[in-house]
Design a protein around this ligand. Structure first.
Ligand code: SF4
Ligand code: SF4
Ligand code: FES
Length: 539
């Protein structure tokens, strides 16, 4: 691979890379506002300026400038090299680039900072971006370095604040650094060029096309790409301070795409607060959809957190006793087992082992129904693990076939993983009501938990580490963030308890055993925990 030198360090690059992109891939950040690895590079913020050393047979391009001389107490004429934007300048073999090691570059960064902050309000204490704001970070690194404060003494320009751009996003023009990332995201990725810039100079502001609002399936990403607190989501603003939040690597459960995400939560209250996209070129690049961004709420909404028999809440042990009472005398092979594309591979593997021990002739698979799809990210399959279930039980019958088999009396006793079903029809409830026994182990409420005789509370994806196979059959690991809520326990653990109560011996006691079984059964790619996701660290 060809390389160039950045502050003396060799940086490999791919043909077509800009200096900043190649550096980011090597884990070296060149300060920037307008550049984003997933968007075009307008080079309008000038924060990424670098000095290019001329080759032996070239002269450096120099600029005449005036510089304040504190001894002379006057300006004097000097020269400085013409700096170049690293976000636009292509990486070339053998090029020597100076960034942190160049005084001219450090001066330029401090000047850009001073310029951006001339009219910026000092409302960091009430800004949602505080703690993860590029303006704050770079001020500390480059402007505070020489204790260069703002020299302008005039009243700052005031611009519109708290402008509602649409159902999800609010805009603060005074905080905006005019990087145009939001405009470019809507045009280049969401394919809906609804944002633009108006006016000139310090009167610049972002606006929504007349007669439109910022809406659709990708509005949250405008907030995510905004490097400062100019765009905030109605969902997150004023809800939490980011320094109190912790984060785990997660996988969105909203559809079969399996977008990689950071799940941010407050460990003090055991509460999930938001999703942020986690870069993965192979799956979601740098993005997530709005529905996915809001799906962190499922960590708390619609959860099953207590065991129950009918409508009566009980302890897990008592509920398992009831399941044993109901299923104990039923011929084992007559008990049907339902897997769930809403649950992890681990949970489904454990349930499939239970089915094997029962000698069930047929497996069924359920999950959420189909929905909206596009050719950007969103898949019509609203389950995170359909490919995983298919891999474990390629011939599993569908939920509709399960209903048919119930109506025809072919099955009368069922153990199901997951409460969610593709549809929630009153007629289906009648069929489910005909069952002799329905035991459901689930993290979320649905038609199956509604009809169940016994419900056992399973932890959700946010409360355990689990593996999910997305539409590419790529196994991806979502890490645990929250402490299990209520009496919930991992579904595989409940499956083991139920199996033992029914006098069955399933071949696992610990998660380790299941993971080993899963590795053995895999025809798909190993998880992204094993194969590092390709990231460029673009934020
Ligand atoms: S709102 Fe944010 S993303 Fe959009 S131009 Fe302003 S600073 Fe950039
Ligand atoms: S596309 Fe699917 S997986 Fe990705 S964020 Fe949206 S709902 Fe989640
Ligand atoms: S990041 Fe290069 S000019 Fe903005």
């Amino acid at each position: 691979m060809p390389t160039f030198k950045l502050d003396g360090k060799d940086i490999p690059f791919e043909p077509g890379d800009s200096i900043i992109k190649a550096a980011a891939r090597s884990g070296v950040e060149i300060p920037h506002y307008c550049w984003h690895a997933g968007l075009s590079a307008p080079a309008n913020c000038r924060m990424c300026l670098v000095e290019l050393k001329p080759a032996a047979n070239q002269r450096a391009m120099m600029l005449d400038i005036v510089e304040w001389d504190p001894v002379l107490k006057d300006y004097k004429n000097v020269q400085k090299p013409k700096l170049q934007p690293a976000c636009q300048y292509p990486a070339t073999e053998g090029q020597e680039v100076l960034a942190d090691s160049s005084k001219h570059v450090l001066d330029a960064r401090a000047s850009v900072q001073e310029f951006l902050l001339l009219n910026h309000p000092v409302d960091c204490p009430i800004c949602d971006q505080a703690g993860e704001c590029k303006l704050q970070d770079y001020w500390l690194e480059y402007q505070a370095r020489d204790h260069t404060g703002k020299r302008m003494r005039d009243e700052p320009i005031h611009k519109p604040k708290a402008v509602v751009f649409g159902p999800t996003i609010v805009y603060d023009a005074e905080r905006c650094v005019m990087c145009t990332r939001c405009i470019r995201f809507m045009e280049e990725v969401a394919k809906d060029p609804v944002l633009d810039m108006r006016e000139r100079g310090n009167l610049n502001e972002i606006f929504v096309a007349p007669g439109r609002q910022l809406e659709g399936h990708y509005t949250f990403m405008t907030e995510h790409v905004c490097p400062v607190g100019a765009l905030t989501t109605k969902d997150f603003r004023f809800k939490a301070r980011v320094w109190f939040l912790k984060s785990v690597s997660s996988v969105c459960q909203g559809c079969a795409t399996g977008c990689n995400a950071h799940l941010d939560y407050d460990p003090r209250s055991n509460k999930a607060y938001r999703y942020r996209p986690r870069d993965n070129e192979a799956v979601n690049k740098y993005w997530m959809c709005d529905e996915g961004m809001l799906s962190y709420r499922a960590a708390h909404e619609g959860r099953v957190i207590e065991a129950r028999v009918g409508r009566t809440r009980l302890g897990v042990d008592a509920a398992i006793k009831e399941a044993k009472k109901r299923l104990g005398d039923v011929p084992k092979e007559a008990i049907a087992v339902v897997l769930s594309a809403q649950h992890s591979l681990e949970d489904n593997w454990a349930m499939r082992e239970l089915a094997k021990q029962l000698g069930s002739s047929t497996l069924y698979a359920a999950g959420a129904g189909a929905g909206y799809a596009d050719d950007i990210l969103i898949d019509a399959d609203k389950n995170p693990n359909t490919a995983g279930v298919k891999e474990l039980a390629p011939n599993a019958r569908t939920y509709l076939q399960l209903l048919e088999d119930m109506r025809s009396g072919r099955i009368s006793h069922v153990i199901a993983l997951g409460g969610v079903t593709p549809r929630n029809d009153p007629e289906d409830a009648t069929a489910l009501g005909m069952l002799g026994t329905l035991v459901v182990i689930a993290s979320h409420e649905g038609a199956l938990t509604d009809a169940a005789h016994v419900v056992l509370p399973a932890t959700s994806w946010a409360e355990h580490t689990g593996t999910y196979a997305n539409r590419q059959s790529l196994r991806q690991v979502a890490d645990r963030a929250l402490i299990p809520q209520g009496a919930s326990r991992p579904a595989w653990e409940l499956t083991k308890l139920l199996a033992t109560a029914l006098g069955l011996e399933v071949p696992f006691t610990r998660l380790k055993d299941i993971r080993a079984g899963l590795l053995g059964s895999s025809t798909a790619a190993p998880s992204t925990r094993d194969v590092a996701a390709i990231t460029t660290g673009a934020t």
